[in-house]
Write a protein of this length. Structure first.
Length: 382
């Protein structure tokens, strides 16, 4: 395949006539939102999403970050408490904890899946620990069995950060139904999206948490003008819910396309395992393939990995790095010094890069992506 005229994006929303028609119907109806944040389409979206992830309840909000913040507030996590989480994640995971008044405690990751290392979680527990945030990074589930056992033994809450994991599963159970609460994002790059490219969802099996989340979404109100707890304006619009419903119906097809593209990349890159560590799907896990993340085995410095990314982008492959700077090294978060070294986190930050596997990627394009990665690796590490 020749170099494409346009960049093959790392991710993109797949929107069709159904989403356009759904949004148009809402505009024509005049019911754009509802003062409690639970219009008829929003309620329907919540019910269908809860069913999809196997949870009893779902609360729609206006971003993945809002979902995380609402979850912390609903669990009464605040000043004087600590929350264990990876540093190898998007900053919103820690940001939401800090906004709630808690202290993020960063721990190291599994070098194969880039998700929380349960042994490191155990080491980080103190008398102030209130919760564990299990980030299902890149669409691969965390090893939830030991994490849930640790939480139960120590009386801790478990929050699933499933922003990148719509459709993933652990031992046959969908992510979103494993912890006390789970948080999803519908940002434009995610496995599914909502109108205007923003949106989120919190799922839970706990009725009391659900009722708190409903209040938090709408300024903490129990009824009109009667706030019983601290809340926010985290309401989802009816347009977002309408688009979300259409996307949710297409999600199984989207995920299968991602898996097919991931299988193609794995097959084509398997013979170059001396150069790249290809993604490993742990036994009992179902990957949702938000992105296809490889590790450059020979990269000793980040600039070598960055050179590979530059070469790929010159060849119209939208490679990206998630995450070049772990949260604990970002200026604001340096005050939250990790209790133990994060060697695997630091190594991953130097060596990983992500490739597109989204449903808009054709089989021919997937082959081209693999071909260009090998060429770039040979140039940088010859």
């Amino acid at each position: 395949m020749r170099k494409p005229r346009k960049l093959i994006p790392i991710n993109k929303p797949i929107l069709g006539r159904e989403e356009l028609q759904a949004a148009t119907r809402v505009l024509r109806s005049g019911l754009l939102t509802e003062k409690t944040g639970a219009g008829p389409l929003t309620r329907q979206f919540e019910q269908e999403f809860a069913r999809f992830v196997g949870a009893k309840y779902a609360v729609a909000v206006n971003s993945g970050t809002a979902a995380l913040h609402a979850a912390f507030l609903a669990l009464n996590i605040g000043p004087g408490t600590e929350v264990i989480m990876p540093s190898f994640t998007f900053v919103a995971t820690a940001e939401a904890a800090v906004l709630a008044g808690a202290r993020p405690v960063f721990v190291d990751i599994d070098p194969q899946t880039y998700t929380l290392n349960p042994d490191e979680v155990r080491r980080a527990i103190t008398e102030k620990t209130a919760a564990i945030v299990a980030v299902h990074l890149y669409g691969h589930p965390c090893d939830m069995k030991p994490i849930l056992e640790i939480a139960e033994k120590n009386g801790l809450a478990v929050i699933e950060d499933a922003a990148q994991a719509h459709g993933a599963a652990y031992r046959g159970k969908p992510v979103g139904s494993l912890g006390d609460v789970a948080c999803f994002s519908f940002y434009a790059s995610k496995n599914m999206t909502t109108a205007c490219g923003e949106g989120g969802m919190v799922t839970t099996n706990d009725k009391e948490l659900y009722e708190r989340l409903v209040q938090i979404r709408n300024h903490g109100e129990q009824r009109a003008y009667w706030s019983v707890r601290l809340g926010h304006n985290y309401r989802m619009s009816e347009i977002a819910a309408a688009v979300g419903l259409e996307q949710l119906r297409k999600l199984p097809r989207f995920i299968e396309a991602r898996r097919q593209n991931a299988r193609t990349l794995t097959r084509l890159l398997a013979r170059y395992s001396h150069l790249v560590q290809i993604p490993e799907v742990k036994e009992g896990c179902t990957h949702a393939w938000y992105v296809y993340t490889v590790r450059l085995r020979k990269a000793r410095w980040a600039k070598q990995r960055d050179k590979v990314v530059d070469l790929l982008r010159q060849r119209a492959v939208g490679a990206a790095v998630y995450y070049a700077t772990p949260v604990h090294r970002q200026p604001f978060y340096r005050r939250f010094r990790p209790p133990n070294p994060l060697r695997e986190t630091e190594r991953a930050a130097r060596q990983v890069l992500s490739l597109p596997v989204h449903p808009g990627l054709s089989m021919q394009q997937a082959r081209y992506v693999a071909q260009e990665l090998v060429k770039a690796l040979r140039r940088v590490f010859r």
